[in-house]
Design a protein around this ligand. Structure first.
Ligand SMILES: NC(=O)c1ccc[n+]([C@@H]2O[C@H](COP(=O)([O-])OP(=O)(O)OC[C@H]3O[C@@H](n4cnc5c(N)ncnc54)[C@H](OP(=O)(O)O)[C@@H]3O)[C@@H](O)[C@H]2O)c1
Length: 219
C-alpha cells in the first residue's frame, strides 16, 4: 500500500520503520521539512516529503502529531488527500503536559471526533494506546501466545478491516471497539491504555472502561 505519515516522532518514526519493513511504500513528513528526515529515510527506504506531497495519492494517511497541532494540517489533508484514503489518527489529548485546553473534548466529545471535525474526514483511531518503543519492538507473528492486541475504532467497517490487516502484518492483533462515539474506551486513563494486553484481556478492559475523563486527563 502507499502510506503517508504526518509526524516523524516516536510513533511516526516507529510506523515508518514497521511499514517499510513489511514492504509498504512509505512517505513521511514533519513540521521542519524533508531535509530534517534524511537519516530516517536512509535507514528505512521511506521517502521524506513535505506535508502536501505526503498526503497525495495515498491509500492510508497516518496523522501522528501533537493533538493541538491537528488544525495546522487540516487544510492540506482536506484539499490533497484522496477521498477514499483511510486516515489513521494516533493522537491523544494531553491537556496538562502539551495540548492545553480543547473545550469540546473537555465537554465530552471523543478526541477522534474532534480530529474528524478539524480534518473534515472520517478517521480510524488506532496506535494511540501503545508506547512507541513497544510498538517498535513487541510485535509478534500471527498466532503467538500473548501477542499484543490494539483497540481500533471507526465508523467505516471496510476501512477497519484493512487496518486490521495492516496491524497483523506488523505483529499485532486487533479488537474492534466500535464507532468513533465509542472510542473513549481506548482514551488515556482507561484500563486498555498502555496495558499491552492480548485480545481476550483487551476485550475485558475495553468493556470495563468509563467514559468519565479522570482529572489527570483534563485541563
Ligand atoms: N509517544 C508515544 O508513546 C505515543 C503513544 C501513542 C500515541 N501517541 C500520540 O501520537 C501522537 C504523536 O506522538 P509522538 O510521541 O510520536 O510525538 P513526537 O515524538 O513529539 O513527534 C511529533 C511529530 O509531529 C510533527 N509535527 C508537529 N506538528 C506538525 C505539523 N503541524 N505538521 C507536520 N508535522 C508536525 C513533529 O515534527 P517536528 O519535529 O519537525 O516539529 C514530530 O515529527 C501524539 O498525539 C501522541 O499523544 C504517542
Amino acid at each position: 500500500m502507499k502510506i503517508g505519515i504526518i509526524g516523524a516522532g516516536n510513533i511516526g518514526g516507529a510506523l515508518t520503520r514497521l511499514f517499510t519493513k513489511v514492504g509498504h511504500e512509505v512517505e513521511v513528513a514533519n513540521s521542519r521539512g524533508p531535509k530534517s528526515l534524511e537519516a530516517l529515510a536512509k535507514a528505512t527506504g521511506a521517502k521524506a516529503q513535505d506535508i502536501d506531497a505526503v498526503v497525495k495519492d495515498k491509500d492510508v494517511i497516518v496523522v501522528t502529531i501533537p493533538l493541538k497541532n491537528v488544525p495546522q494540517i487540516a487544510a492540506v489533508v482536506s484539499l490533497n488527500a484522496p477521498t477514499q484514503a483511510i486516515i489513521i489518527d494516533t493522537c491523544n489529548y494531553y491537556p496538562k503536559q502539551r495540548d492545553g485546553r480543547i473545550g469540546p473534548i473537555e465537554e465530552g466529545l471523543p478526541e477522534s471526533r474532534w480530529v474528524e471535525l478539524q480534518l473534515g474526514r472520517p478517521v480510524i483511531k488506532v496506535f494511540n494506546t501503545i508506547y512507541a518503543a513497544h510498538l517498535l519492538e513487541h510485535g509478534r507473528p500471527t498466532g503467538d501466545a500473548g501477542r499484543i492486541a490494539l483497540p481500533l475504532a471507526g465508523d467505516d467497517g471496510a476501512q477497519k478491516a484493512k487496518v486490521v490487516q495492516l496491524l497483523d502484518q506488523i505483529g499485532f492483533d486487533a479488537v474492534d471497539v466500535g464507532g468513533i462515539d465509542e472510542s473513549w474506551r481506548q482514551q488515556p486513563g482507561t484500563p486498555a491504555y498502555g496495558a499491552d494486553l492480548d485480545q481476550a484481556h483487551l476485550s475485558l478492559a475495553l468493556a470495563e472502561a468509563s467514559p468519565a475523563r479522570g482529572s489527570d486527563w483534563m485541563a
